[in-house]
Design a protein around this ligand. Structure first.
Ligand code: PGA
Length: 260
């Protein structure tokens, strides 16, 4: 018997210097410990900016906090003359477990194509990192294609052409719901997650059952339960609300296990 352990991931985006990051991790970890959070039951991941990864690693290691660490991006290249880029090898040396790949802000502001997202997924696999592949439709795409077509296409594109697929996570984040306070209806989010899962099943077989699919977009402690109730949502990717330790701890407390 296997199960999908819920993943609660906080993407801090371009917020907090390394000292502020240490303070937030400390506060978050202690809040969860005080509430007897079972970290094996619900995995909690912090995704600070690159400049705070080393401090996060040192603190988490020294205090034996059971928090996972994620990075917000990865280079598609292994090493070399790529000024400003960060390689998978560098990230894995910092105990990074997850990497956000294809976030809509990178697709929008940095022109990241499906092909580049695929290369970044490959870079994660090559360095033993787990990509959190972000997919989602804009408001216009929602109106012209409905909610599922774009997330399904982006997921399949990211998974195409790899020699073999390793562990990955998909985050369904409607672009119109990110940072706006608007949320997808929980039924719609679950339906999109179901269609993404069934597309993965169709192309890549049974591993689809193991894949964790997260919802993201204006998640708060007050609405997390409604998303997690759906059978296809295995966690959440949180932006703004992950910068507040009490709020993020509140989100992390929501427990659900899918036993396969
Ligand atoms: P938000 O961001 O929670 O602030 O809407 C979500 C995300 O970008 O992952």
């Amino acid at each position: 018997m296997t199960e999908r352990t819920p993943l609660i991931a906080g993407n801090w985006k371009m917020n907090l210097d390394h000292l502020q990051s240490i303070a937030l991790i400390q506060k978050l970890a202690w809040t969860l410990i005080e509430k007897s959070h079972d970290f094996k039951d619900v995995e909690v991941c912090v995704i600070p900016p690159f400049t705070a990864l080393r401090s996060a690693q040192t603190l988490i290691d020294a205090e034996k906090f059971e928090l996972s660490i994620g990075a917000q991006d990865i280079s598609k290249h292994k090493a070399g003359a790529y000024t400003g880029e960060i390689s998978g090898q560098m990230l894995s040396k910092l105990a990074v477990k997850y990497v956000v790949v294809g976030h809509s802000e990178r697709r929008q502001y940095h022109g990241e194509s499906d092909e580049l997202v695929r290369d970044k997924v490959a870079a994660c696999f090559a360095s033993g990192l787990i990509p959190i592949i972000c997919v989602g439709e804009t408001q216009e795409q929602l109106e012209s294609h409905g909610p599922s077509a774009i997330p399904v296409r982006q997921t399949l594109e990211a998974l195409k052409g790899h020699e073999s697929l390793k562990e990955f996570v998909v985050a369904y984040e409607p672009v119109w719901a990110i940072g706006t306070g608007q949320i997808a209806s929980p039924e719609q989010a679950d339906q999109v997650a179901a269609e993404v899962r069934s597309a993965i099943l169709g192309e890549h077989g049974e591993l689809a059952e193991q894949v964790r699919i997260l919802y993201g977009g204006s998640v708060k402690a007050g609405n997390v339960a409604s998303f997690m109730q759906g059978p296809n949502i295995d966690g959440v990717l949180v932006g703004g609300a992950s910068l507040d330790s009490d709020e993020f701890a509140g989100i992390s407390r929501y427990k659900k296990h899918i036993v396969l």
